[in-house]
Design a protein around this ligand. Structure first.
Ligand SMILES: *Cc1c(COP(=O)(O)O)cnc(C)c1O
Length: 365
């Protein structure tokens, strides 16, 4: 049996008739950027999440970049971020000229409040939490800490659409939440897309201005902005999929639960879920000591795996200027050399789930 790591064609087929109808609507409308689809998506997404404002942007990285920009985070400012996050989280900080302060994650792969405390300085402006792989971070202590030290609490929700901590959605704890709708994400567009969510009216206004050349009114440019708008066709596609987000999440949960209950191999460490957190399973990430051997065994048996992520941002070439060396973040580096993601996507068949479990359990025996 051949099992891909992901299969976006299957995902498309689930929504095919509605997406195609929407595509034709938008194509024939003659209106392609900043129109009623974008506005409707913003309203529907913010209502579903329970926030006042959603501002559609062109991708998740720009959501973070514009968000930090809107808060005035720039040169000389420090933003605390977990060392094992995807590099886009960090780029959102550094492209504004600010400095990322990396901290080690906990056993749930998420940021740890105790590590945040130790890294607060007079330059710290914000804590940027990534709810990594789809599991909500423990937000109770982090929220209190940010209030106490007067830090902006920011959430990278690119992997955690509608995951909850203590029954509250990720993206609604801090002053701003950032979402990506890259095609592989739980809520995925047919191309690039993202959004910023916030309850703060001034910030919402500022993001709207920033995404459109720094203008609110055409040709009246009040600040230097970007072009970071969400296309009508992507917004229209997202509106279709948003209606099914609960179903999308449940299907992923059902696959993950089978993996959690039926994978049993002393060589494999399964993901753990923290008390109070829900996990929406953007990725199912296990740890294996001899990763290459494990990946080869699966590949020899027709199963494709992936690694999220093999090089932590502090060791990437792009950030060699920050001066980190191997050993700077031992736990993060250990994770980078032992994590493996196994196939989990909408449309994965029961016989394929059974086969993945069988092969994973056979490894090393
Ligand atoms: C995907 C992702 C991003 C970036 O989103 P894009 O839409 O690809 O720009 C940022 N942070 C995390 C954690 C992501 O997984």
């Amino acid at each position: 049996m051949l099992i891909p790591f992901n299969d976006l064609k299957r995902n498309f087929k689930i929504f095919q008739s509605e997406l195609e109808a929407k595509a034709i609507d938008v194509l024939r409308s003659g209106w392609y950027v900043l129109g009623k689809e974008c506005e409707a998506f913003e309203n529907e997404f913010s209502r579903t999440l329970g926030v006042r404002y959603c501002i559609g942007v062109d991708n998740g990285l720009n959501a973070i970049k514009l968000g930090c920009h809107a808060l005035g985070i720039g040169p000389g400012d420090e933003v605390i971020v977990q060392a094992n996050t995807y590099i886009a989280t960090v780029l959102g900080i550094t492209l504004n000229g600010a400095t990322p302060i990396f901290v080690e994650p906990n056993i749930f792969y998420n940021i740890d409040c105790d590590h945040i405390i130790k890294n607060i300085t007079s330059r710290t402006k914000a804590v940027l939490v990534t709810h990594l792989y789809g599991q909500a971070s423990d937000m109770t202590d982090i929220s209190l800490l940010c209030k106490k030290y007067n830090l902006y609490l920011l959430e990278d929700c690119a992997q955690s659409h509608f995951a909850k901590f203590n029954n509250q959605y990720t993206g609604t704890f801090g002053i701003m939440g950032f979402f990506s709708f890259y095609p592989t994400k739980n809520l995925g567009a047919i191309g690039d897309a993202g959004c910023v969510v916030t309850d703060d009216e001034n910030l919402a206004d500022k993001i709207r201005v920033l995404r459109n050349y720094g203008s609110k009114e055409r040709y009246h440019n009040i600040i230097e902005g970007y072009n970071a708008r969400l296309d009508e066709i992507q917004a229209a596609f997202l509106r279709v999929k948003l209606k099914y987000i609960e179903k999308i999440t449940h299907e992923r949960e059902a696959i993950a639960n089978q993996y959690l209950q039926r994978i049993s191999n002393p060589k494999i460490l399964l993901p753990k879920i923290a008390v109070g957190a829900t996990h929406v399973w953007y990725l199912f990430v296990i740890q294996v000591e001899e990763r290459n051997a494990f990946r080869k065994f699966l590949s020899d048996n027709g199963i494709t795996t992936d690694v999220h992520y093999p090089i932590p941002p502090h060791l990437s070439e792009a950030y060699k200027g920050l001066g980190y060396t191997p050993g700077s973040f031992p736990f993060t580096e250990k994770l980078a050399s032992s994590v493996v993601s196994i196939p989990l996507f909408n449309g994965l068949l029961q016989e394929e789930i059974d086969y993945v479990i069988k092969v994973v359990n056979e490894y090393g025996t």
